[in-house]
Design a protein around this ligand. Structure first.
Ligand code: UPG
Ligand code: MN
Length: 477
């Protein structure tokens, strides 16, 4: 607990003070504010009506024995959000990971009424406060569909964190984050401090941000949402347009796990400093399959680089969360959502070709990913991307496709498998906006990388680079 002494209380400090004094929900804080904002100073007599300060109040120390204001608790908290049981499980692991890294801050979770009783009581054992909030929804399907994440409208609910005026400062954390080192030094930063978004670094990623709760800011944010909306349909677009002068802190405070492989040397150099890891994207840690036999996570293809973090997440989950939640509730909470169902279906359908020789000459991957999504095998997009991926892998394996007759050999047979028409290719390339490479040579790939274009297909993943190096070594090149 930090405390402030010897100065006149600022209006905001008074708000905290009153919250601390009025630890009882029956007190209507808002109608008391006007009086106390202007009259309370350190040493001032606390009116009878507010002598409710209790020894049990964890912030404590606000009044002396004569009922005078002695100090003002300025407590700080990490805040997260879970509108359903799945994210609540994520939040439980996040909470444990913060505690196991010895945070000195309070932990607060905002939940929607949809969170089940069993999981709610588990949350109460980990978080200092469990607050039930109304779900705010942007209902902006147009923008959200650009993000391909229709479910993210509810992330507007995050805005409620500005109403937590009993805290002088908060750090909001997405429920899909994991603390790997103590990040408490974040609290020395002002509102609004955050980390660059990896997709558009002029924007911040709203998975972690430092905020100063204020009913006034909350109202203005809601107003901003109403008048200007959000350019991405979620909270991130709204917050970025409301806080254009945000301050940047290091990527280690919101290390987007899926980005680590796009700049591997930097990851190797700085990755060990990470304090908060963020499993951004459609497939969350609790949606990966954990294999109790091997004690490790079966990472979906394309997510292999996340294995160390996913294993840490599952270790905490297995040790501290799973034993405390009834099996039935857990099953419902971890109910695998569509992306994983699709992964399983595709995995079951695909016959993995183990033959070493065939492996060299044909495509190594069994699935096609567009970013986070596993695609429907029958779709045009699937066939186009499959074609691109086959091409890439043949190139990676040192197979020169440029002079081959596409109908007369094995690798080209594979390449042309269900080959899409030219217009289909164009259509999908357009859909992927920015991915204009139909068939890419290594040089083109390098140029794309140097232009900083997003690696939608994960072509530059470490696994692919390694396969390429291995094939070169094998071929003595
Ligand atoms: O149904 C939902 C969806 C989200 N959340 C909460 O909102 C957060 C954000 O959603 P998430 O699925 O983690 O989004 P990201 O994949 O991280 O996507 C990005 O885009 C979102 C929408 O702008 C931002 O909220 C994120 O911070 C940003 O990282 C979650 O962690 C939860 O805390 C829920 O409680 N219920
Ligand atoms: Mn997130």
């Amino acid at each position: 607990m930090a405390s402030k002494t010897g100065t006149e209380l600022s209006p905001t400090a008074c708000v905290y003070h009153l919250h601390l004094l009025c630890g009882m929900p029956s007190i209507n804080i808002s109608c008391s504010l006007d009086v106390h904002v202007s009259t309370h100073k350190l040493g001032a007599v606390i009116p009878e009506s507010y002598k409710l300060v209790s020894e049990r109040n964890r912030c404590g120390g606000v009044g002396d024995t004569c009922g005078r204001v002695k100090s003002i608790a300025v407590s700080q908290a990490y805040v997260t959000l879970a509108t359903n049981d799945g994210y609540a499980i994520g939040a439980l692991v996040l909470g444990h990971s913060l505690r196991s890294n010895n945070t000195t801050k309070d932990l607060v979770i905002m939940i929607a009424p949809a969170v089940s009783e069993a999981i709610k009581s588990m949350l109460e054992s980990v978080f200092n406060k469990v607050i039930i909030v109304d779900v705010l929804d942007s209902r902006d399907s147009a923008h959200l569909s650009l993000l391909k994440r229709p479910e993210l409208g509810v992330t507007f609910t995050k805005l409620h964190c500005w109403t937590l005026t009993q805290y002088s400062k908060c750090v909001f954390l997405d429920a899909d984050m994991l603390c790997v080192q103590n990040p408490d030094d974040l609290f020395s930063h002002p509102e609004l401090t955050a980390v660059c978004d990896i997709g558009w670094p002029d924007c911040f990623n709203s998975g972690m941000f430092v905020l100063v709760p204020s009913v006034d800011t909350y109202g203005k944010l809601l107003q901003h949402a109403e008048t200007s909306g959000s350019f991405d349909g979620g909270d991130q677009g709204l917050l970025n347009s409301y806080f254009p002068n945000w301050q940047r802190v290091s990527f280690i405070y919101n290390m987007v796990a899926s980005a680590t492989y796009t700049y591997l040397p930097a990851y190797k150099q700085f990755g060990a400093n990470a304090k908060l890891v963020h499993f951004l994207g459609a497939l969350k840690p609790w949606q990966h399959r954990y294999d109790a036999g091997s004690g490790s996570v079966h990472t979906a293809p394309g997510y292999e680089h996340l294995a160390p973090y996913l294993n840490s997440w599952w270790a905490l989950y297995n040790r501290l969360v799973k034993p405390g939640v009834p099996e039935m509730d857990l099953q419902r909470a971890l109910e695998v959502k569509s992306p994983v169902e699709e992964v399983k279906e595709i995995e079951d359908q695909v016959k993995v070709n183990d033959s070493e020789e065939e492996h060299e000459n044909t495509c190594a991957s069994d699935h096609v990913y567009n970013g986070d999504e596993v695609m429907d095998e029958s779709s045009v997009s699937y066939r186009v991307l499959r074609n691109l991926e086959c091409h890439y892998e043949c190139v990676s394996n040192g197979i020169d496709l440029s002079n081959k007759d596409r109908s007369g050999n094995k690798e080209s047979e594979n390449l042309d498998m269900a080959a899409p028409t030219e217009s289909e290719v164009q259509e999908v390339a357009q859909q992927l906006s920015g991915l204009s490479v139909a068939h890419e040579s290594l040089q083109e790939g390098q140029a794309r990388w140097e232009r900083g274009e997003p690696d939608y297909l994960g072509r530059d993943s470490f696994a692919n680079i390694q396969a390429y190096i291995d094939s070169k070594i094998k071929n003595g090149k």
